[in-house]
Design a protein. Structure first.
Length: 476
């Protein structure tokens, strides 16, 4: 029996959806991480994955039986400007597997060499972004937030060049699919209505089997994105590069580039070094999601039955559902973070007042909520008087809750530890010096974010002034 039982539905779509492409071999692949828990969940044998044959497959040095490697075509709005042709420039879809629970997943190699979509790029990745995506995506999964996953990371033995020479690496990414808003835009830009219709059917079959038609799919995507962005907001996550090619139809977080969890809170916090105008700032994420979904809605218009102006009205009506859905999810998340199970008229004002104070004082996002779960976060605030007034109002509100339940809810929704940027950077520096232990330790500790071992709380600590990493880079 084949070691990986592939069933490649995307490869059965017409050839203009992709370019068949095999990986460029690498000289000396070596595993740096294998996610055995994820492998088991996918029905893959971790021992085989760690064998020479498995490593060859994960490195792209051999095509495993049943795989149909291809580079997916897509377009995208990047920082608002449209690129009609992007596509997998440094990644290949190896194929799809059906997990024992019946769910279908893409296996993708990221950093596997040039494709027709590489433009000026080398098609490679260096160890830093591979480690960052591994840590971030697995931490996100442990927080219960929809995300692509990391099955394996390996070094390639190849030196690649960015600012200077760096070790090459490949990530094996797992996703419900890699279909993006930009995949629809690619065909819309070519007025390829047949392709759009086929892609809708494909997305519905894979992600939203309970719905039908362009509008049904659009509605489901709007719901999934409203949930996703509300989940990000609840943990202080900034994606950093919410281009339409980085927004997955499945509603999973995808493409961990210049992303970060906020330390000192600010609504306008931006990390990406190239995001000069705060387009992808923390508080702007819901607006950008709407903007991206509007691009999806436009691409779907030809697939909506009836005259064009009624199609536009119908799509607009669905797009307008984002805000109430997002708001409901966001409010639910933040209520839980404050231990509120019931709904009171003043709850939202209470939440907003806290966030405004945190913004004003630069309170650490994660530590503030975790300290509140333990009763008091005064240490996080400089305007103690305003904080104490807020705290008193919160205590008055909590008096209507079951105290034990409220505490349990807060401990289960406010992580004690998130992947802090300075810790990720330190793990990358250590790896460059030959020590993978900080990377492995970080992954281990981040797997239980709500109840870490007290011995690991050094990794939870907010950065000291000299440890703050001011900006993150798209550095691929
Ligand atoms: P990103 O913003 O990182 O999602 O990438 C945007 C586009 O650039 C995608 O089409 C990528 O495949 C492509 N790209 C990024 N880095 C590289 C690279 N090193 N080589 C080739 N293509 C790349
Ligand atoms: Mg991308």
């Amino acid at each position: 029996m084949d070691p990986i039982r592939f069933d490649n539905s995307y490869a059965r779509l017409p050839p203009r959806f992709y370019t068949r492409q095999i990986a460029t071999p690498v000289p000396a692949p070596a595993l740096i991480a294998l996610n055995t828990g994820l492998a088991a969940g996918l029905g893959l044998d971790p021992d085989w994955l760690a064998s020479d044959a498995g490593i060859s497959a994960l490195a792209g040095n051999a095509v495993p039986p049943g795989a149909a490697p291809l580079a997916q075509a897509y377009a995208g709005h990047q920082f608002g400007g449209f690129s009609p042709q992007l596509g997998d420039g440094r990644a290949l879809l190896l194929g799809e597997v059906i997990a024992p629970d019946g769910r279908r997943f893409d296996l993708q190699l990221k950093g596997s060499g040039p494709t027709p979509y590489s433009r000026m790029g080398d098609g490679r990745a260096w160890i830093g972004p591979v480690m960052r995506e591994y840590i971030m995506s697995e931490a996100m999964a442990a927080l219960g937030i929809p995300t692509t996953r990391a099955l394996a990371a390996l070094t390639t033995g190849e030196t690649i060049y960015r600012e200077g020479p760096l070790p090459g690496a490949i990530l094996t990414r797992v996703a419900a699919s890699h279909i993006r808003v930009g995949t629809f835009e690619y065909f819309a830009a070519r007025q390829d209505n047949d392709a759009i219709a086929q892609l809708i059917d494909h997305v519905i079959a894979r992600h939203f089997p309970d719905t039908s038609g362009a509008l049904g799919m659009f509605d489901a995507v709007v719901t999934a994105q409203a949930r996703l962005i509300a989940a990000w907001m609840g943990v202080g996550f900034v994606h950093g590069v919410m281009n339409t090619d980085n927004m997955a139809l499945s509603g999973e977080t995808i493409d961990y580039g210049p992303c970060a969890f906020i330390d000192g809170f600010a609504f306008g916090r931006v990390f990406s070094s190239i995001d000069q105008h705060g387009r992808y700032a923390y508080a702007n994420q819901p607006r950008i999601a709407i903007w991206n979904l509007a691009q999806l809605g436009s691409a779907l218009i030809p697939a909506i039955p009836g005259p064009q102006d009624t199609a536009i009205d119908s799509a607009t009506e669905i797009l307008n559902r984002f805000t109430p859905r997002f708001t409901a999810e966001r409010d639910r998340n933040f209520r839980a973070k404050l231990g509120l199970t019931g709904e009171d008229d003043g709850d939202i004002a209470l939440i907003d007042r806290l966030l405004a104070l945190m913004d004003q004082d630069g309170a650490d996002f994660t530590d503030t909520f975790r300290a509140l779960a333990d009763g008091d976060a005064a240490d996080q605030f400089t305007d103690r008087e305003a904080y104490h007034l807020w705290h008193q109002d919160w205590q008055n509100r909590l008096a209507h809750e079951d105290a034990a339940k409220a505490t349990a809810l807060m401990r289960a929704t406010n992580p004690a530890i998130i992947p802090r940027t300075h810790r990720i950077e330190a793990a990358i520096e250590a790896a460059l010096a030959g020590d993978m232990n900080p990377f492995h330790r970080l992954n281990r500790v981040l797997a239980t974010p709500f109840a870490p071992d007290p011995a690991d709380l050094d990794l939870a600590r907010a950065p000291l002034a000299q440890e703050i990493v001011p900006a993150t880079f798209c550095g691929t």
